[in-house]
Design a binder for this molecule. Structure first.
Ligand SMILES: Cc1ncc(COP(=O)(O)O)c(C=O)c1O
Length: 498
């Protein structure tokens, strides 16, 4: 390089200010939105009983932050990979590529070479199907079983309970402390796990770690916590499984905030995380960067296969009965090709830094306007603390302020968010005729991967600011249908209180 240029580069400031850092991608194609008035949206919302899940996405003129799951904008390379999909019934070409990629990303013990060793890698059409496969078979191994976790996702908990086991959340103490800025609030509560295993280890067939912890504000789990949980589960010879949906985002937090990891590559951190797991379920709709896909992977020769040698065979039969041949397992050949490509992209540090900094900036902007968000902000979403949002207003816990906030935000400003709080995780006790409220009460603003730009998220912040200023005027809701149903948030209907 010419000396003059070298000198100039040296003198110019580095791109420290995030505003000066361009996105590490360009738009590959775009979709033009239709326009709708707030009145039209309000009319539609009333027609769907204020349940935002039933609101037509075509009418969303703002940001659709209902979920980060399956809503990734795929890269040009992934779209091209779809064309290479091999739709053979048995042993399509993508299956072998996926085998190599899973071995590369998570470790070779999680995908045995075909014909060598027991089947241990099971593909499913999405995450909950893999949970169902695991828990429906595990549930047969005993009675009155408990599966503890740092935070079960709603479908994970529901699949456990549907198979007559008890799903137990052992949230970290820092999570409930709004002023704590602990970097790894998603951690398992280790003393609580130790106490549980000391008292009832014979009732615990498996311990689960959700990384990152979606139910607990999308917070990450530290490597130290993973190691500690492994130590305890080893003491009692209990297998440790991950819910690994956001494995790459979790690794980014470890690199960023855990001593000793700053110089490590994301893919090495991922391998270290998974070196502690006996198996994992995963929805590839998150860090697989695809719109559909899931899997259950069991460590060859790990504690799970030693303790339950018959289960992999039972899971295989179950997979064939419910999904298809193990070499496609509920996925098209083209989906598998896009997934292979997604798994290659997701551990790229430039991609991850942009992704997570976008979410963190979104949260910081909300915080800056006084809106009570869970801090520090996690990897995939901003969580607004509904109890603090409505503090000092007439909103009561049974008015489900989170449900009404989502409805008003959608009607007035065209942005869709999702209640993950008293309604979603609570339940109605029919005998006592009262609501049982869970520990946490959030509205989640999940940011889809590679989809929105700063301007989009700024408009959500401005809308939330207006609602926060007018929070006194937001009415609560009453439940018109579905209060007593399992997974009631997907099905219920509401009306605003008069
Ligand atoms: C932590 C976690 N586990 C499991 C699932 C279920 O995955 P899927 O939606 O693919 O069934 C989700 C979905 O959002 C999740 O966030």
């Amino acid at each position: 390089m010419a000396m003059k240029m070298k000198h100039l580069l040296h003198k110019l400031p580095a791109e420290r200010d995030l505003r000066a850092v361009p996105r590490p991608y360009i738009n590959h194609s775009v979709e033009l939105k239709k326009s709708f008035t707030p009145e039209e949206r309000a009319g539609m919302l009333e027609a769907v009983g204020l349940n935002v899940f039933f609101f037509p996405s075509e009418m969303i003129t703002g940001c659709d932050l209902l979920s980060d799951s399956g809503v990734t904008t795929m890269t040009g390379e992934q779209w091209a990979a779809l064309h290479m999909g091999d739709e053979a019934y048995g042993s399509n070409r993508g299956y072998f590529m996926l085998k190599d990629q899973v071995r590369e990303t998570f470790g070779s013990a999680f995908f045995n070479e075909p014909g060598v060793g027991e089947p241990n890698a099971f593909l499913f059409h999405q995450g909950r199907a893999s949970e169902d496969a695991l828990f429906s078979q595990l549930g047969k191994t005993g009675t009155d079983l408990i599966i503890p976790s740092n935070g079960h996702f709603d479908t994970t908990g529901a699949n456990i309970e549907a198979n007559t086991m008890h799903a137990l959340n052992l949230f970290s103490d820092e999570l409930a402390a709004p002023l704590s800025n602990a970097a790894f609030k998603g951690n398992m509560n280790v003393p609580a796990l130790e106490a549980l295993l000391e008292a009832s280890h014979d009732r615990v067939p498996l311990v689960y770690l959700t990384i990152t912890n979606n139910t607990a504000g999308g917070q990450p789990v530290s490597m130290a916590n993973i190691r500690e949980v492994r130590r305890i589960t080893d003491e009692y010879s209990i297998p440790l499984f991950f819910d690994g949906c956001r494995f790459a985002e979790n690794a980014w937090f470890i690199k960023q905030f855990e001593p000793g990891y700053a110089d490590k590559q994301i893919k090495d951190i991922v391998r270290e995380m998974f070196s502690h797991a006996d198996g994992f379920t995963i929805s590839f709709k998150k860090d697989g960067l695809v719109n559909m896909g899931g899997g259950l992977f069991i460590r060859n020769g790990g504690l799970f296969t030693k303790k339950y040698p018959h289960l992999p065979g039972m899971i295989l039969d179950y997979q064939i009965l419910t999904e298809g041949h193990p070499t496609y397992g509920g996925l098209c050949g083209r989906d598998i090709m896009a997934l292979v490509s997604g798994l290659r992209i997701v551990t790229g540090c430039e991609y991850l830094t942009h992704r997570i900094e976008q979410v963190r900036r979104f949260g910081a902007e909300m915080s800056g306007r006084g809106i009570p968000v869970l801090n520090p902000v996690g990897g995939h979403a901003v969580y607004v603390d509904i109890n603090r949002f409505f503090e000092g207003t007439a909103m009561k816990p049974d008015d489900f302020g989170g449900i009404s906030l989502c409805a008003v935000l959608l009607a007035a400003y065209g942005h869709r968010a999702c209640e993950l709080g008293y309604f979603t995780f609570g339940r109605y006790d029919r005998d006592k005729e009262r609501e049982i409220h869970p520990q946490l009460n959030f509205v989640r603003f999940a940011v889809p991967r590679l989809r929105y730009e700063r301007q989009d998220l700024d408009s959500v912040v401005a809308s939330m600011e207006a609602l926060y200023e007018n929070r006194d005027g937001i009415p609560g809701v009453r439940v018109m249908y579905g209060r007593e149903l399992p997974l009631r948030h997907f099905k219920a209907r509401f009306e605003f209180n008069k």
